[in-house]
Design a protein around this ligand. Structure first.
Ligand code: GDP
Ligand code: MG
Length: 163
């Protein structure tokens, strides 16, 4: 497979909301399998007449905090292996958490292109709060609202360059 975009990030930042928006009603082309892939969803996205596979990571079964964090790290490592491009989603309403920092550290070591999507920027005022995410050390940030779709076009314009 080629042209694969993985959405990674800690729980509740809005990954699945973006995934649903990108894949709409298009059918998943890969069935979920046992083990760690049980927690991943595959769909087909389309932007400016280019098709690509979108992977939604998350939906973790474990509830112990340690296992939880380990599972998220595992998903990030798989995403780096499997995807051509990674969208690292963070949440403007919470700022940078320890887990965000951990994920950023893993992603900075990867050779794959990473796009930081600062989600829940639902209004103009929140854009100034988003600037703290530059300190993740992953370059440009993209302010989006997965809920309304604002900013997602600008993000996809950049992502699609890799496909
Ligand atoms: P995931 O755990 O990262 O997959 O996050 P979800 O997509 O399940 O979303 C977690 C929560 O954030 C849900 O209540 C969503 O409705 C909410 N959410 C997602 N995107 C946005 C957004 O752009 N703005 C706001 N205000 N809420 C959002
Ligand atoms: Mg989810």
């Amino acid at each position: 497979m080629s042209n694969i975009l993985a959405i990674v990030g800690r729980p509740n930042v809005g990954k699945s909301t973006l995934y649903n928006r990108l894949t709409e009603s298009r059918k998943a082309i890969v069935d979920d399998e046992s083990g760690v892939t049980r927690d991943r969803h595959y769909g087909i996205g389309e932007w400016t007449h280019k098709n690509f596979t979108v992977i939604d990571t998350g939906g973790y079964v474990a509830n112990s905090e340690d296992v939880f964090e380990a599972a998220i790290r595992e998903q990030v490592l798989i995403a780096i292996e499997e995807a051509n491009v990674i969208v690292f989603m963070v949440d403007v309403t919470t700022g940078i958490t320890d887990l965000d920092d951990d994920i950023a550290q893993i992603l900075r070591r990867s050779k794959k292109p990473v796009y930081v999507a600062v989600n829940k920027v639902d209004n103009f005022q929140l854009q100034s709060d988003a600037t703290v995410f530059y300190s993740l050390g992953l370059g440009e940030i993209y302010c989006i609202s997965s809920m309304s779709g604002s900013g997602t076009g600008e993000l996809l314009d950049e992502v699609i360059v890799n496909f």
